[in-house]
Design a protein around this ligand. Structure first.
Ligand code: 3PG
Length: 305
């Protein structure tokens, strides 16, 4: 049995040590393909793998076609928009994610980004405080809930929109539910995005929605770049000189945004929300456990296809 970890953005060493111990402890072999820069390397490495563990690495139908023995692919992380689920299903390959395992790292980064923007990206000059501001959580899942919890410590007022979570549940956690996404944006000084990239959500964060934000509003994106309507973002930041955008996933037109809007926009150089040793260990070990659990015992908890 061979488990391949294919990560363009490698796990921390401590995570790999833990993965190795789980895989080898189960009598399987661990293969590593890290920092690869061409897809041919992935095609070759996956050819005889029984399980594949990835992060944001794209598992396309071509990758699946090369994976002659593959039985399970685990996305070590939450968003599985990088997996071609139809191709997996067609071949009878189980696809899973590891929900919640890297959420705290992403949530901490979201709050850090808010402080960074409130303080003029750490340039000289008068900034503002988070205390007393309204934070809108767009999707109250694992990350959204943690963002809310940390933000309470800053003295923020938390509201959230999520059609899949009841107002009662949010109220129990000190969060006010709003009925519509439009209301969320209209009331929030900061909006923290936690929606997945799906056919329904792609480009859904558009001019109309963002233009509802109060004066001085800031959008914080630790989710996916695909959910932003990028052309609208340029138009919006041009029309609304008070608004800001900070993202952990550089836009397709990030160079244009940086050039036109200076300190009102910021993108991390490389997606780093889940880049902590703790998140790597949590997600990596969960992915290894789930891979072995499926290969040995057919356990498919967290299956997404
Ligand atoms: C996720 O969906 O879990 C996060 O976006 C983390 O992605 P990464 O593993 O590529 O850092």
């Amino acid at each position: 049995m061979k488990v391949l970890v294919a990560t363009e953005k490698p796990f921390a060493k401590a995570a790999i040590d833990g993965i190795r111990s789980i895989v080898e402890g189960a009598g399987a072999t661990l293969a590593l393909l890290e920092k690869y820069d061409n897809v041919e390397a992935l095609y070759a490495a996956v050819a005889d793998a029984d399980a594949l563990i990835v992060r944001s690495d794209k598992v396309t139908k071509e990758v699946i076609a090369h994976a002659k023995q593959l039985k399970v692919v685990v996305r070590a992380g939450a968003g599985y928009d990088n997996l071609d689920l139809a191709a997996c299903t067609e071949r009878g390959i189980i696809a899973m994610n590891t929900p919640g395992q890297n959420s705290n790292a992403v949530a901490e980064l979201a709050l850090g980004m808010m402080v960074f923007m409130a303080r003029n990206e750490f340039h000289a000059g008068t900034g503002s405080e988070l205390k007393g501001k309204t934070l809108g959580i767009h999707a109250y899942g694992n990350v959204g809930r943690l963002v809310a919890n940390i933000a309470k410590g800053f003295g923020m007022h938390i509201i959230a929109f999520d059609p899949f979570v009841t107002a009662e549940k949010m109220a129990e956690e000190g969060v006010e539910a709003v009925a519509t996404v439009e209301e969320l944006y209209s009331k929030s000084n900061y909006v923290s995005l936690h929606i997945p990239a799906t056919e329904q959500t792609k480009k859904s964060i558009n001019y109309d929605l963002l233009n509802r934000m109060p004066k001085g509003g800031c959008l914080v994106n630790t989710a996916r770049k695909e959910v932003i309507h990028e052309e609208d973002m340029v138009r919006l930041l041009t029309d609304r000189e008070d608004l800001k955008y900070v993202t952990d996933i550089a836009a397709g037109n990030q160079a244009e945004l940086n050039e036109k809007f200076g300190l009102r926009v910021f993108a991390t150089p490389k997606k780093m929300g889940a880049e902590t040793a703790e998140a790597n260990i949590n997600a990596g070990l969960a992915a290894a456990t789930q891979s072995i659990g499926y290969l040995k015992d057919g356990i498919d908890k967290f299956r997404v296809n």
